[in-house]
Write a protein that binds this ligand. Structure first.
Ligand SMILES: Nc1ncnc2c1ncn2[C@@H]1O[C@H](COP(=O)(O)OP(=O)(O)OP(=O)(O)O)[C@@H](O)[C@H]1O
Ligand SMILES: [Mg+2]
Length: 476
């Protein structure tokens, strides 16, 4: 096996040798997820898919179809309906669902799960599904509160001798100066509020508001007078608030029905030792009873009628939906028909398959026909060699890998021969081989060498004989 181009055996580097620390490997500490190059569906304003966009390559029909679904979800016309993504493994079904969640934005709840998550020893299957559906229904609560809002101009804690313990000092009060367009105000605040200020990591120049009744402190962002010229940073800049420092402000809070259920399901209990012990022992997941859900619904309905809250139906995404069994499917049907149902996106790569939990029902995609009938189905297509090359290039850019000449074509060829996933999986080992050989970019020879080291699923399957098995290291 050829490892490096150096002829002498003594200098041959073993495959398991630790690669020398390189600048790129230490600089990139965050893990890159398989879909981190996907930023959205990449559609034009008219909803048409450009051939490549937002990290997506090809797959125009499926992307446009998902774009329509996003529009319907945003205009709240798709609640209680289901979209089913079908297609061969590795054709971007999971990626499409993630792109939908990107397009919907952070304000619409998106609850992803995998079909097999329903099999828990602690909670019933149907309960897991019901919980996911509840987590996908958002509630936007609007309240008008008296607040002090402004840009922090001064933050001075005043210390005093602690009368109880001899050492150290405590903060007796804190002086906070707030500035708005119209004026400034100096507030003298309680030490507990100072703790909240420390927790929110507030410094001079931030825009904050303090609720008058509760003393809750919230950081809105950094005042744009302090905006820097960086192109990319995590800070959000906000303008200097208008009006007076002390004013009535409409605050918006986003929660989901799932959050409300969970908060009410865990009884607060008393302060006595037994209830504290009890809550420690009962650390497993708790089931929320239907009765509690009805109660929560009633309260929510009251809020909605008063105009305090607004219901925001979101999206439940069930990946590998063929893992659900017949009981889950019938429950899913009934959930879809309930009045407060979110949009459901399902994905599967199965063709004709037995429905799990039955012995004789064979259905398309392993999904019973009655549920299938309620779905709009979108098919993902396979990729051409060119498209595989483009995806490999995209991944290489996200992972910070460099290619020599002709390498993308070699990867695309491998991908076409086996699958796109296989080509993507080869990226990191190829980078390691290049590193071992002392190169900063991947060359075609690294990929050739990988052909000797690894085999793809198709080759492996072909190597297993008709009886299926291995004896003494040989397949037979
Ligand atoms: N059109 C595309 N553009 C860019 N990247 C893609 C595209 N399609 C797939 N990918 C990437 O290829 C990899 C495999 O895709 P994905 O996991 O979405 O496949 P899948 O259809 O969900 O497969 P499975 O049925 O096995 O779950 C992912 O890293 C994904 O981001
Ligand atoms: Mg998938």
């Amino acid at each position: 096996m050829k490892v490096t181009s150096t002829p002498s055996t003594s200098t041959t580097v073993a495959h398991n040798a630790v690669p020398p620390p390189s600048a790129s490997s230490t600089a990139r500490s965050s893990r890159i997820a398989p879909h981190s190059h996907i930023k959205g569906l990449g559609l034009t304003a008219e909803g048409l898919a450009a051939s490549d966009g937002a990290g997506f390559v090809g797959q125009a029909n499926a992307r446009e179809a998902c774009g329509v679904v996003v529009e319907l979800v945003k205009t709240r016309k798709f609640s209680g309906r289901a979209l089913l993504l079908v297609g061969a493994p590795g054709t971007g079904k999971t990626a499409l669902a993630l792109a939908i969640s990107h397009e919907l934005g952070a304000k619409v709840p998106f609850c992803p799960m995998v079909g097999s998550e329903v099999y828990s020893t602690e909670v019933k299957k149907t309960e897991v599904l019901a919980e996911a559906f509840r987590r996908a229904i958002g509630l936007r609560i609007k309240e008008t509160k008296e607040v002090y809002e402004g840009e922090v101009t001064e933050l001075t804690p005043t210390e005093a001798e602690n009368p109880l313990s001899g050492y150290g000092k405590t903060v007796s009060h804190v002086i906070v100066g707030l500035k708005t367009v119209r004026g400034t105000k100096q507030l003298r605040l309680d030490p507990t509020i100072y703790e909240a200020i420390l927790k929110e990591k507030i410094v001079v120049g931030d825009v904050i508001y303090i609720e008058q009744n509760t003393g809750a402190v919230k950081r809105v962002g950094r005042s744009d007078a302090y905006a820097s010229s960086y192109d990319l940073e995590s800070e959000t800049y906000v303008p200097l608030p208008k009006g007076d420092v002390h004013k009535r402000k409409e605050l918006v809070q986003d929660v989901t029905l799932g959050d409300l259920d969970a908060a009410n399901a865990r009884p607060q209990g008393g302060q006595d030792i037994m209830s504290v012990m009890g809550s420690l022992v009962k650390s497993g997941r708790t089931e929320v009873t239907d009765k509690l859900r009805r109660e929560v619904n009633k309260v929510v309905k009251g809020y909605v009628d008063q105009g305090v809250a607004e219901v925001v139906p979101g999206v439940v995404f069930i990946d590998e939906v063929h893992m659900l069994d017949i009981e889950c499917y019938t429950y899913l049907n009934s959930l879809l028909e309930s009045p407060m149902a979110p949009t459901v996106v399902l994905a599967t790569n199965r063709g004709h398959a037995t429905v799990r939990g039955t012995t004789d029902i064979i259905a398309p995609h392993g999904i019973p026909v009655d549920l299938l009938d309620r779905c709009v189905i979108v098919k993902t297509d396979g990729y051409s060699r060119d498209q595989i090359g483009k995806v490999v290039q995209l991944r290489a850019n996200t992972e910070g890998l460099k290619f020599g000449p002709g390498v993308v074509e070699r990867f695309a060829e491998e991908g076409e021969k086996s699958s796109m996933r296989y080509a993507l999986q080869l990226l990191t080992p190829a980078a390691i081989l290049a590193d071992i050989a002392g190169r900063s970019q991947i060359e075609a020879e690294d990929i050739n060498e990988m052909g000797e080291l690894f085999i793809d699923a198709k080759t492996s399957a072909a190597m297993i004989g008709p009886d299926g098995g291995f004896i003494g290291g040989n397949s037979f």
